[in-house]
Design a protein around this ligand. Sequence first.
Ligand SMILES: [Zn+2]
Length: 398
Amino acid sequence: MRGVSLPEPGLLVVDVALRRRRLVCPHCGYHTRWRYDRRPVASTWRHLDFGATMVMLRAQLRRLDCRACGVVTEAVPFARYRSGFTRDFEDVAAFLATKTDKTTIARFRRVDWDTVGRICDRVVADELDPDRLDGLVHVGVDEVSWKKRHNYLSLVYDHDRKKVVWGKAGKDTATLDEFFTELGQRRAGQIEAVSMDMGPAFAASVRAHAPLATIAIDPFHAVKLVTDALDVVRREAWNELRRSGNPDAARQFKGARWALLKNPTNLTDEQAATLRKVKRRGGLVWRAYTLKEAFRAIFAGDLTIEQVAELLDRWISRASRSRLAPFVKAAKTIRRHRDGILAAIRLGVNNGRAEGLNSVVRLIIHRARGFHSAEAALALVMLSCGPITLRLPHERPP
Ligand SMILES: [Zn+2]
């Protein structure tokens, strides 16, 4: 430390100088005693506040001529390269971002949310386990929408370690192809199963790069397909009632949406009463509801694989004969993915296993909506669910 000044109320500037004589390249760690020139590079970093006072560190840095990277400003041990914040400040902000909402952090740390996003990005680049793609055997691929209107991230889960190990903006075959490119042929050959949704994009990539891996269809996605079919039946019935001039009954049906779509064990008293009314009324909607519930029950987790296979086949034929167009269509899709669904149960690579992780991802993604870049959203997901050890300044080994 060279000196302290208070250039304005509420701001403390601490002048520091590096003790070491050697100049270190911030990219590759190359070090030398030779300065490239005598011109100092004035640099400042925001540090953790001292009470209500903002603290800035200030230093005159030197430049070196790295053999690999060219002329660069030397690295400092207390801040990441090209950051205007100290490592301490960044680690605390990143920690908070995984724990609380953006308004709290912005007010508490006095930084805007996009700055927090860039901080997350730098911390992840620095701290993420470089071996995270080693030894993958059972993986899951999923797309999550991180912003309204077609802003998707594709995520790769390690089912065994229960971590998100890879991610990228986008949700098509080419997106997952990039994962396999990074993985390389040898490691791709060790993957035994990949769980995914029923869309063709991810499956095409897996077949091309890991042809020996079993494609498993997450039952969660199958249940969602059937629940969506129920919603179509409900909506059609509601429109029918409205058209036939029965607004009261129509209104009741509108309120029935969640009563029908939620798991019966999660209903409020009011929703349960609505469901009973739907049952009394009977008809198409009730038939569709029982089909949905029968399907969901198959994956409750208490059946043997043989029982699941039998019930699944029985459900497919029942739905195909239901004369409910959305269910006939759903049954067709389920039949096409029957083997994949059973594989997910046999191998235990279903959503149930990664459920905790999945709900954390969804929570984090919701928080990441305030960011402007997909990279920042991904960084927050990796900080919260990736193979990373986030340490606060006082927890860091000396
Ligand atoms: Zn270098």
